[in-house]
Design a protein around this ligand. Structure first.
Ligand code: ADP
Ligand code: MG
Length: 384
């Protein structure tokens, strides 16, 4: 393989959203050239990639021609053309994470089957082809409310998840291949990011705790390290490593967990790439998740995942009732708060709850970081 840390090395990234942008920033620190493919000419990574190519990563031909001449392909989104990345791998081009991992993970149904097959802890589930099949199961008493319906493909940021609590919800079910999962009542949510390289070396970041916005069903703030029992934290790391090892994944694997009322750990879903729950590592850990992903796919040892300081991370979301060219309000007041690190993704248009940026807030304790994060959330407004 060619030397990876060199501007002669061409790293291809399928997807140019915020994760792609931050991956380019880490690659740039190592003088690695980045080639990014995204359909949006104003994608977040478009201004920072060494070369930005406008086109669909969901289209076979587009991906094939984009990848020709590149040294290694990685992803920032699972919804890439799977046949294309499989073909590239067959042709001897390195694709990390491997297409075999992407194929399982992009389909929440296959993910759940994978956990079951490997006896990994996850909530009970069943697969369905359409809404009618689900309604029939409810009608004949084989399925009872509440339950959670998830689209098998292309759900993100809560868009493909429906918590079904009452009979009238049944008319609003997604009418497409989906899975039904047991509703985990009053669940706590944590996430662990693990990296794995081609030599099987694995290292986890300490668990983070997610706090949700109940309306948008989107992470509102995230705390590092999670305020959970030490044993539970190490159990979560152990399970994350087991999944990464069973998948034989090369790259990052972000594992989201639900913790039920009895303290039982359940795998919710995984992502084979940098993740929203790892943004804080840019400022708060010895190694950022983006550098860690590069280390893993390039075959280097993982960097230390030690935390320099506790941190909170908030997503900067498009304000309710605003759509159009974005305006940020309160920036100067927010920047006055000690330890606030702003990341603006550069999306030109705002929409309600669209992820426009994030802020990481450093503090001496998780509690202090959380209270500063709440201040930031009150002050910073995204309007149009
Ligand atoms: N079985 C469940 N029980 C209770 N809440 C759930 C369950 N599954 C998902 N959720 C809630 O919905 C959110 C989004 O679900 P998830 O599968 O992570 O979808 P997404 O791909 O949109 O992140 C979770 O973070 C959690 O808050
Ligand atoms: Mg999720």
């Amino acid at each position: 393989m060619r030397q990876t840390i060199s501007s002669d090395f061409k790293l291809g990234i399928l997807g140019g959203g915020q994760l792609g942008k931050m991956l380019c920033q880490a690659a740039s620190a190592w003088d690695v050239s980045t080639y990014v493919l995204d359909p949006d000419p104003e994608a977040s990574a478009s201004g920072i990639a060494t070369k930005f190519v406008q086109g669909s990563f969901r289209d076979f031909e587009t991906v094939m021609s984009f990848a020709s001449g590149l040294d290694l392909i990685t992803i920032e989104i699972e919804g890439v053309n799977i046949e294309a990345v499989e073909m590239l791998e067959k042709q001897g081009i390195q694709v990390f994470p491997q297409p075999s991992c992407i194929r399982i993970i992009r389909d929440k149904g296959l993910q759940k089957m994978f956990y079951k097959e490997h006896q990994l802890p996850t909530a009970g589930f069943a697969l369905f082809n359409n809404a009618l099949e689900i309604k029939e199961k409810v009608a004949n008493g084989e399925l009872s409310l509440p339950f959670v319906q998830k689209k098998r493909l292309s759900g993100y940021d809560g868009q493909g998840v429906f918590i079904v609590t009452k009979a009238t919800d049944l008319d609003l079910l997604f009418d497409e291949p989906s899975l039904i999962e047991d509703f985990v009542d009053e669940a706590l949510e944590i996430a662990v990011i693990v990296s794995r390289n081609a030599f099987g070396e694995m290292l986890c970041y300490p668990a983070v705790e997610m706090v949700f916005n109940p309306v948008a069903n989107l992470v509102e703030s995230l705390l590092s390290p999670a305020r959970i029992d030490e044993n539970l934290a190490s159990e979560a790391e152990e399970v994350a490593k087991q999944i990464a090892d069973k998948l034989q994944i090369i790259g990052l694997l972000a594992v989201e967990f639900l913790i039920d009322k009895t303290g039982k750990l359940l795998i919710n879903e995984v992502a084979p790439r940098p993740h929203n729950s790892g943004h804080h590592t840019i400022e708060s850990a010895y190694t950022s998740q983006y550098e860690q992903h590069l280390r893993a796919i390039f075959g280097y040892h993982p960097g230390s995942t030690k935390l320099k300081t506790p941190a909170a991370m908030i997503n900067i979301l498009g304000g309710e009732g605003f759509s159009g060219p974005v305006i940020y309000k309160g920036l100067n007041d927010v920047l006055q708060i000690e330890g606030v690190k702003l990341h603006i993704y550069g999306k030109k248009q705002t929409r309600p709850y669209r992820k426009m940026g994030h802020a990481t807030i450093l503090a001496e304790t998780t509690e202090a970081a959380l209270s500063k994060a709440e201040k930031v959330l009150k002050i910073l407004k995204v309007e149009a």
